[in-house]
Design a protein around this ligand. Structure first.
Ligand SMILES: *Cc1c(COP(=O)(O)O)cnc(C)c1O
Length: 341
């Protein structure tokens, strides 16, 4: 397979159109067979459910080239399950999980020339999504939907090493109890934009959201879950019904326990205890782990002992082990690596 002539190390994280995308339509109560298409545009009614009432959800994952030259996707079955949960909560039809995984495979296969080579640090980002396509004016679910999968090559998340970031405790809320924080709905991102633009303007990289009801417990950022490491090397992650269940975070907790032999806890984390942790990181598909060096709580700074120069030692081990599994350098647990053949 000839690769496209792309400067893999410098493509950044933006949309680059690739050759093919998968499209399936839901009409008269059922999904059609779906197909790959060259057409990168979507034409829908001016009154489509997605345009009026934001009836849309999405997923995100990556295809990698392993050390021995295979193209693989990391745990796509979990993305399929999560998209089912998102669809149900938004009154959208479920795209069957087995067909979801097949659609990912077909789309990656059709764009193999865009899967960055091993060692480039770049990956092929995969974006499945679904939206209400038929017209809706009274507030109700659409009758027709479209499910699509496109891919876009993305550059290394960290150029020249993973520098710890500074985040702020936000005065905005991300998700309400019993709301939609646990699903990957576009609306969660629309309403987070003001908070992140504000945080950036103030010189911070990200927001730490606290629980909306009491503002005492740590939830997550706009697009990544937290992991903390205690001074005696226990890996802790917040538990809450309004956190999006990150596949990276769930995988890291497994790696911590079963590969690194560390104690792990998924429990409520009070903001008051954050100052006592040794390390802090943000986890998600994009970066795997982004180390946090400093948290600003309304002018009061929490500085982690790992500092602002490099990842903390446990964070680094977690990062190296999970990326090693993804790139085929370390043996994966059963079912984690889905090979595109
Ligand atoms: C997608 C997402 C994450 C990360 O999930 P991964 O499955 O690890 O990519 C975390 N938080 C939010 C709010 C998200 O939307």
């Amino acid at each position: 397979m000839d690769k496209k002539n792309i400067d893999w190390a410098n493509i950044g994280f933006g949309y680059v159109q690739t050759d093919k995308r998968f499209v399936s339509n839901f009409k008269d109560g059922k999904w059609d067979d779906g197909q790959l298409t060259d057409d990168a545009t979507v034409v829908i009614s001016e009154c489509a459910g997605v345009l009026q009432y934001a009836q849309t959800c999405f997923e995100g994952m990556k295809a990698y080239t392993t050390e021995d030259g295979r193209v693989v996707v990391f745990r796509p079955d979990l993305n399929a399950k999560r998209m089912e949960d998102s669809a149900k909560r938004l009154e959208m039809p479920v795209f069957p999980q087995d067909r979801f995984v097949k659609a990912i495979e077909e789309t990656v296969k059709a764009n193999l020339a865009y899967v960055p080579p091993y060692g480039s640090g770049a990956t092929l980002y995969i974006r499945p999504y679904m939206f209400g396509s038929s017209s809706v004016i009274g507030v109700k679910p659409a009758e027709e939907y479209q499910f699509r999968v496109f891919t876009t090559p993305v550059g290394p998340y960290f150029k020249g090493g993973a520098k710890p970031i500074t985040i702020k405790v936000s005065d905005f809320d991300r998700a309400a109890p019993h709301g939609t924080g646990h699903i990957k709905a576009g609306l969660n991102y629309a309403m987070s934009l003001h908070a992140i633009v504000t945080a950036h303007a103030e010189g911070f990289d990200e927001n730490m959201y606290l629980d909306a009801a009491t503002r005492t417990k740590v939830e997550e950022t706009g697009g990544a879950n937290f992991i903390f490491v205690t001074k005696d090397n226990t890996v802790v992650t917040p538990k809450s019904n309004s956190i999006l269940p990150s596949i990276t975070r769930r995988s890291l907790m497994y790696v911590a326990e079963h590969y690194l032999g560390l104690k792990v806890e998924e429990r409520e984390v009070y903001f008051d205890e954050v100052k006592d942790f040794a390390e802090c990181g943000l986890c998600g598909t994009a970066a795997v782990i982004s180390p946090v060096g400093k948290i600003n709580d309304h002018g009061k700074e929490i500085c982690f002992p790992s500092g602002m120069e490099e990842m903390g030692p446990i964070t680094k081990k977690l990062y190296d082990t999970l990326t090693g599994i993804q790139m085929g350098r370390i043996e994966a647990p059963e079912g984690w690596i889905y090979e595109i053949k």
